[in-house]
Ligand binder design. Structure first.
Ligand code: ADP
Length: 274
């Protein structure tokens, strides 16, 4: 029995296949791009191919993420809040707080044992302090996105970066560079600024160990270290952190396989809290 979760984010679209032993069979990630429906179709075709099966072998598909209603082949849609909660509890069962830093928004979610959502808050009015902000910083400095986290850890003297606004960070960074400040020192300031903002968001839902980091920005070691220093505790960060929403969706899809029977294909919308 194979079930799928498709997480259509504003920046990246992810798909996960799980079998009835809750084992991850295949994963796939592509850029969302301008055509959200196509992104969902493409990532699904890709993950199915990776698993060496046919699309009709996937018995249930749950869509999540901001583009979940564009997963036209999906059988149900579940919010990313619920999917991150389910996925984080699956990978790290002692999770109580989830920090999801994605391409254009950041969320803090408090969950109960088992993965039910207790509370959440999000910062999505603009891309301040999100992946988009880090991309703007990397572009301004002409450094590849993959390198900014490791480079930030080579700092000697932290430079305070006051802006987490994607628009204004460019001029602030350029001013520091013009004064001859080292890129690593500036980047350390950039990473600390995001970490500070994220910690404030988590405090709004209450701080309780264990904390699990999800979303694409968790691939940035500079952010992980800055958060761990500010919180004075280790975070759960797995290799599949960017896939946690898709993993949660796939587990919801597996539940549906059991609940509606393997032939069930009703298209319903569940959980429309955000
Ligand atoms: P969404 O679901 O909102 O589309 P994701 O959670 O998939 O977003 O995260 C996408 C973001 O992750 C990108 O904006 C990018 O900034 C960040 N990201 C992806 N890979 C890396 C990496 N290797 N290093 C740093 N940041 C990364």
């Amino acid at each position: 029995m194979i079930a799928a979760g498709v997480d259509v984010g504003s920046t990246a679209t992810k798909a996960i296949l799980v079998d009835d032993n809750h084992r991850i069979v295949a994963r796939s990630l592509i850029n969302t791009g301008a055509n959200v429906t196509k992104a969902a179709e493409r990532v699904f075709a890709e993950v199915v191919k990776k698993a060496g099966i046919e699309e009709h072998d996937v018995l249930q598909v749950v869509g999540t993420g901001y583009g979940r209603y564009k997963v036209t082949f999906g059988h149900a849609q579940v919010t990313e809040i619920s999917c991150h909660a389910r996925g984080a509890a699956f990978l790290f069962p002692r999770t109580r707080i989830i920090l999801d830093i994605g391409g254009q928004d950041t969320k803090a979610i408090r969950i109960k044992p088992g993965g039910d959502v207790e509370d959440f808050c999000m910062n999505d009015k603009c891309a301040a302090g999100t992946g988009r902000f880090l991309e703007a910083a990397a572009n301004t400095m002409g450094i590849p996105l993959d390198d900014i986290g490791p480079l930030s850890l080579q700092y000697r003297q932290v430079i305070k970066v006051t802006n987490v606004c994607t628009v204004f960070v460019e001029s602030e960074i350029l001013a520091h560079l013009a004064r001859g400040r080292a890129p690593a020192d500036i980047l350390r300031g950039v990473h600390l600024a995001i970490a500070g903002r994220s910690v404030a968001l988590m405090r709004r839902v209450g701080m309780e160990p264990e904390i699990t980091l999800t979303g694409g920005v968790s691939r940035n070691i500079g952010i992980v270290k800055a958060l761990e220093e500010k919180l004075a505790q280790k975070l759960n960060v797995g290799a599949d952190a960017q896939f946690i929403g898709a993993i949660g969706a796939a587990i919801f899809a597996l539940d549906r396989c059991h609940a509606v029977g393997v032939a069930g294909g009703a298209h319903v919308a569940v959980d429309r809290r955000d």
